[in-house]
Ligand binder design. Structure first.
Ligand SMILES: [Zn+2]
Length: 232
């Protein structure tokens, strides 16, 4: 036995990547999540389901909307841990991985085949500077790998600084993001089908507010995709 073996074992324990959900040390080909957590992700299957819960939530504001989310958001379980890791811990690899999974779901369903461009929901400049990145952009870059469409990053501008939506009631959320977005150089997307991409959709107030801005572009169609749906 090598004299360095105990030292190497200690290094392995200290620096081995662990599952972002349960904390177990990853083995073999596992990346970010262990096989057990990965197998427990509650995928929605919304991409295959016209009139799904998310579409029902949004259709009054966004006419004929097609909408999907990759998974149901479940508190204190794997989906929350994944979203938290992407949103607050700058886990780019995980964001891209789940973006690719969402992109595959969009491609496989063929319901979103006529989408022309992906538009990530923007962060306000202050929040972007504070966090250093926009999680919706990261997820979008993964989506575009398996659902190949151009990403239009600077179309919508978050013109008003809004506080976090996380602990707000439905009414507070609506008021918080009302008229928070505006459009920059929208004419290039006239007549296009835009896929608006967010990390988590709860009441839908953020995507509705983005739609209000996007609808000013002539002849535009808007669909919606998210990593997780937190509605009931
Ligand atoms: Zn795990």
């Amino acid at each position: 036995m090598s004299a360095f073996r105990p030292f190497n074992d200690l290094l392995n324990v200290l620096f081995s990547p662990s599952c972002v959900s349960c904390g177990k040390t990853l083995v073999g080909d596992e990346r970010f999540l262990c096989v057990n957590c990965l197998s427990q992700i509650p995928y929605t299957g919304f991409e295959y389901t016209p009139d799904n819960q998310l579409e029902a939530l949004l259709v009054n504001t966004i006419p004929n909307v097609k909408a999907t989310a990759l998974m149901h958001y479940v508190k204190n379980e794997c989906p929350q841990h994944i979203v938290h890791e992407i949103k607050y811990h700058n886990n780019l690899g995980l964001g891209k991985l789940f973006g690719r999974l969402l992109g595959s779901a969009l491609s496989d369903s063929h319901r979103f085949d006529d989408v022309d461009v992906i538009v990530p929901v923007p962060l306000h400049l202050f929040r972007w500077l504070q966090r250093g990145y926009n999680q919706s952009r990261i997820i979008s870059s993964g989506v575009a790998e398996t659902f190949p469409r151009p990403i239009c990053n600077n179309l919508i501008v978050r013109s008003r600084y809004t506080t976090t939506q996380t602990r707000k009631s439905h009414q507070e959320r609506v008021k918080n993001v009302d008229k928070a977005f505006s459009i920059k150089r929208g004419s290039s997307l006239e007549g296009k089908h835009i896929l608006l991409l967010d990390d988590v959709i709860t009441t839908g107030s953020t995507v509705r507010s983005c739609y209000e801005a996007l609808s000013k572009i002539k002849g535009v169609t808007v669909s919606v995709a998210a990593l997780a749906y937190a509605g009931t």
